[in-house]
Ligand binder design. Structure first.
Ligand code: M6R
Length: 575
């Protein structure tokens, strides 16, 4: 994971890097750092914690620099520590390097670098020493040699103080180059520099770029120059900031009704033909396999149910479990669902499925993502940028999109009162949610029961309770309770049940837990705790939103870092 940033040119490097690193924090925030080039000197500042900690030094050193590279880290190899923070320097301090990804054969490479002093436990540090070692052959040759040798995925920015150039290396992990009038910007995600330029070159796997005085040359490993024009990206960022809310999560939950309303309009107007094309791709194959991770997996579980209901042979496979043993062939459409469009498990599943002959469709939120670019057909969910690590408005828009597709296949499609019902749900339940959050905040285990379409929602709420409220939670099929888990229910155990209708089967499971003394909390239109619309078909959305609000308030009441939970990152770009 991790985010890479870089800048070279006439703008103030300190200000630019600071801004870019803030925008990349969703990729990790264990530690951060930057290195600056002034003349032929490199100055480095780095440490544990987020960018705020080193902000002043970044601004100061950057203000007098010609260029710089920066990094925000999510620890994989080596804990979060000052030493493990990037950039890493070579022994002679000629080179400084930031890396995103995993260099799988780093131990072997390190064993061949006798005489070099290593300061960190990271896999990344071997790259800077290796290139220094081989630089007697010329830096460019050393870079190529490293790329031929390294196994795994990487995006690397390497600053060479002697020749005052920056090298960018890519295999597997994303790296974008923004072309300004008098500046070059480097980032793991073009969103980081989009307020400076909309012209972007995406580096491809097996390519490296040389940034020399604002000239960018891209080459492949044979040294052949890869000429291509920058793509001009269309950006429609609505807001970057909390707009008066304490947390992004709170703001993003509030945005849900508007996001669905806007999505519906788009899908019915400018995106309508795209939806038809997407449906043609879906129906043109014998079967559809949905794949995704985390929250997107829960949306996909719902998606496969919607599709099966309208006669599509659809099944769902969690991306990290995707393998060659699944029945995938030329008659399969792999449907990848991802908010970020960068999740490594999903990208690996795409690669495997492609090799087995499948076509690839995807549903993504972040524009211009790798998954979008690797798909034959793509639909955007248009939820706007989501900053909180926990996915909320993107979950509801994913589910809405998948339901919309299924409804269109059946020929029926209307938004009904969903946005206004959701607005009311959020408005009317604020106090009730806070009360339940107070009741649950010190609990260690919570069970969430759902049946049928409510089961993925129960799983989703349990994921949120773990991620945001640090409470062990289990989302399960209500009917499975009596097959084992019931043994854990005792006096006061909190059990949340998702009850869409009075006559739902789940009601009997609810009675089972109540009679064992559980603290039963019903999310239902008939509950005495909450006020929810009695609209069976949309209950998925009401219960999910209420679950999000509840986890938010538990996390907030516990004083937890709701937007940036420990050990996690928004975009999971490692396997
Ligand atoms: O970007 P993606 O949708 O592919 O991300 C998948 C998961 O990492 C993500 O949904 C994760 O589970 C969320 N943090 C949950 O809130």
């Amino acid at each position: 994971m991790c985010g890479i940033a870089g800048h070279y040119g006439s703008s103030d490097t300190g200000e630019v890097l600071l801004d870019m690193l803030k925008r990349l924090e969703y990729r990790g925030y264990d530690s951060t750092g930057a290195a600056f080039l002034s003349g032929s000197d490199i100055s480095t500042v780095k440490g544990t914690g987020d960018i705020e900690k080193i902000k002043e030094n970044v601004v100061f050193l950057g203000s007098v620099a010609d260029g710089g590279i920066g990094h925000t880290r999510w620890a994989t190899h080596g804990r979060a520590s000052d030493e493990n923070a990037h950039p890493h320097s070579s022994c002679e301090n000629r080179f400084s390097l930031v890396h995103n990804g995993i260099i799988e054969n780093h131990r072997k490479i390190k064993s061949e670098l006798g005489g070099h002093k290593f300061y960190s436990e990271t896999d990344s540090e071997v790259a800077v020493h290796y290139i220094e070692e081989k630089s007697t052959l010329g830096v460019e040759n050393a870079v190529v040699s490293f790329m031929e040798k390294a196994k795994g995925s990487y995006a690397v920015a390497l600053m060479d103080s002697k020749e005052e150039r920056v090298f960018l290396l890519k295999n597997g992990s994303p790296l974008a180059i923004g072309i300004g009038k008098k500046d070059v910007f480097i980032a793991s995600d073009p969103f980081a520099f989009h307020s400076y330029t909309d012209r972007v070159l995406f580096l491809r796997d097996g390519e490296y770029a040389v940034v020399d005085n604002c000239d960018v040359t891209i080459k492949n490993l044979d040294g052949a120059v890869q000429k291509r024009k920058p793509e001009v990206l269309e950006w429609k960022e609505r807001s970057f900031g909390k707009n008066g809310y304490r947390h992004y999560m709170q703001k993003e939950i509030r945005e849900i009704p508007g996001c669905i309303e806007r999505l519906e309009k788009l899908l019915e107007t400018v995106e309508s033909e795209k939806v038809d094309g997407f449906i043609d791709a879906l129906l043109g194959k014998d079967k559809v396999v949905l794949t995704a991770s985390g929250t997107s997996h829960h949306a996909s579980m719902l998606g496969s149910r919607f599709l099966r209901k309208v006669g599509v042979d659809a099944r769902v496979v969690v991306a990290s479990e995707f393998g060659e043993n699944f029945e995938i062939d030329e008659e399969t459409l792999l449907l990848a669902v991802s908010q970020s469009g960068e999740t490594k498990d999903v990208l690996d599943a795409i690669e495997t499925a492609r090799k087995m002959g499948a076509d690839i469709a995807s549903i993504t939120n972040t524009p211009h993502s790798t998954i979008q670019r690797r798909s034959d057909v793509n639909l955007g969910i248009h939820a706007g940028r989501e900053f909180c690590v926990a996915a909320t408005k993107t979950f509801t828009n994913q589910v809405y999109t998948l339901r919309k597709i299924s409804k269109r296949i059946r020929g029926r499609s209307s938004v009904g009162n969903l946005p206004s019902n959701l607005k009311n749900t959020i408005k009317k339940n604020g106090e009730a949610v806070k009360k339940v959050a107070e009741e649950l905040k010190n609990k260690e285990d919570i069970y969430i029961l759902g049946k049928g379409e409510m089961h993925p929602v129960a799983e989703e709420i349990s994921l949120k309770l773990k991620e945001i409220a640090y409470i062990h939670a289990e989302g399960m099929m209500g009917g499975e309770l009596k097959h084992g888990t019931l043994a854990l229910i005792e006096e006061g155990t909190p059990v949340i049940s998702l009850v869409p209708r009075r006559n739902s089967d789940i009601v009997s499971n609810l009675k089972e837990v109540k009679s064992r003394g559980a603290n039963s909390i019903e999310i239902s239109p008939f509950s005495d705790r909450f006020e929810l619309p009695d609209e069976d078909e949309d209950f998925i959305f009401f219960s999910a939103v209420l679950g999000f609000m509840l986890t938010y308030w538990i996390g907030r009441k516990k004083g937890l870092p709701v937007d940036r939970p420990r050990n996690l990152a928004k975009s999971v770009t490692v396997r």
